[in-house]
Design a protein around this ligand. Structure first.
Ligand code: PLP
Length: 406
């Protein structure tokens, strides 16, 4: 006869012995050893602050996981998958992409240090440098992302501890030779880090190019559905891995198992989504580059666009995020263009399954170098929708733009 499938805890033989505890104690402690051996395709999601240790000696053993803040099954499953993605030996998780950037910086910098940061950095990272690092005695100097690696390193000083790059840059998509910067920096004992959210660890792998710390907002492409925040920092150097782990322990950050599970689920379809979104973004970039309303297209994978040669040499593909400049027109016409869009949502963030658009100019005001891209700058994120529908949407918007710009 076939045995009934049931969790071990339904079997009287495995339940709490009848001689332990009163009824209330028994209820409080019941059902804990469900012991279901079923294997699913995803990891189990453990929820827990307390971790019950097997014996007294384990309470203070260095090699034991003793507290849930360190992460449980789903978080470790995600870290292991991200190590595969990033070609890394060590991966740390943070509660958002911005936290990954600030956490990595805090883990390796000290008072008196100076960092060189690309002028095209994600704006909230810049705010952290200017407002928080500055208060703790770390100086930030911004560099033109179009400077050559040699010029950049020539501007480094004795105090320079780290160079933070982002290529392509936020909003304006300048490309930088990150491998060349990393090699020159290493010979001077300067660390390099890259915000590689655009490359998603899949289209470009900073560690393979000699960058010391690869950081990304998993919120974007890896999670892929615009519904969860997380970030990671990946390294190959053991000392850096320890520094990042210590940084998280010191700051007290943790991520929830459910969210680690969600991000890992997104990772499963990352290559497939990127292939479709990249292909459609390139088709739309091409279409835009032929429109008379458009001054310039900033898409590194578009032949002839700024940074194309570096992209072609170093990247294995493209994602769905790029920008274009409209021919000069008033802000009211730019807003009319955006308001006409029905399929493109007006919203920040990107990397999800849906198409989005924003105007960029208000964010460019903090920049030190380029702020003029030939006209009002629009950033598009191309989602998984049908290409012709998206082009139709943009076409209607551009017609309104022409009508309003006069
Ligand atoms: C969105 C973004 C971040 C921050 O990620 P959050 O998870 O939203 O904190 C960092 N860098 C870049 C380039 C981004 O686009």
């Amino acid at each position: 006869m076939r045995e009934a499938l049931s969790p071990a805890s339904l079997d009287p033989a495995t339940r709490m012995p009848a001689n332990i505890g009163q009824e209330d104690t028994r209820l409080i402690r019941s059902g804990l050893d469900a012991g279901l051996p079923a294997k699913t395709v995803g990891p189990s999601v453990q929820k827990g602050s307390t971790v019950i240790l097997p014996d007294a000696a384990s309470l203070y053993a260095d090699d034991q996981l003793t507290y849930g803040r360190q992460g449980l099954t789903a978080q470790f499953a995600l870290r292991s998958a991200l190590a595969e993605l990033e070609h890394a030996n060590g991966v740390t998780l943070y509660p958002s992409g911005l936290a990954a950037l600030t956490g990595a910086l805090l883990a390796v910098l000290k008072a008196g240090d100076e960092i060189l940061v690309t002028d095209a950095i994600y704006k909230p990272t810049r705010r952290f440098c200017d407002h928080v690092l500055q208060r703790f005695g770390v100086t930030t100097r911004y560099f033109d992302p179009q400077q050559s690696p040699e010029e950049l390193l020539a501007s480094a000083t004795e105090a320079t501890r780290l160079i933070l790059m982002e290529s392509p840059g936020s909003l304006s998509f300048e490309m930088q030779d990150m491998g060349a910067v990393a090699a020159l920096a290493r010979s001077r004992g300067i660390l390099t880090a890259a915000d590689n959210t655009w490359g998603a660890g899949y289209l470009y792998r900073p560690l393979d190019h000699g960058v010391d710390i690869s950081i990304q907002a998993l919120t974007k492409y890896v999670a892929g559905h615009s519904d969860v925040f997380m970030g990671c920092a990946s390294v190959n150097d053991t000392r850096l891995a320890v520094a990042l782990e210590d940084g998280i322990t010191n700051l007290g950050w943790s991520v929830a198992g459910e969210e680690a599970y969600q991000v890992l689920r997104g990772l499963r379809t990352l290559p497939t989504r990127l292939a479709r979104q990249g292909e459609n973004s390139l088709a739309i970039a091409r279409w835009l580059s032929e429109r008379q309303e458009v001054a310039r297209v900033f898409h590194p994978a578009l032949p002839g666009a700024p940074g194309y040669d570096l992209w072609k040499r170093d990247f294995s593909g493209t994602c769905g995020l790029f920008a274009f400049a409209l021919k000069s027109g008033p802000e009211s016409a730019v807003n009319a263009f955006l308001d006409e869009l029905k399929l493109f949502g007006l919203g920040f963030s990107w990397g999800g399954f849906e198409s989005l658009a924003i105007s960029c100019d208000p964010q460019l005001k903090v920049r030190k170098f380029h702020t003029d891209y030939g006209g009002p700058l629009i950033r598009l994120h191309i989602g998984l929708e049908n290409l012709d529908d998206l082009i139709g949407d943009l076409q209607r918007g551009l017609e309104i733009y022409t009508a309003k710009a006069g």
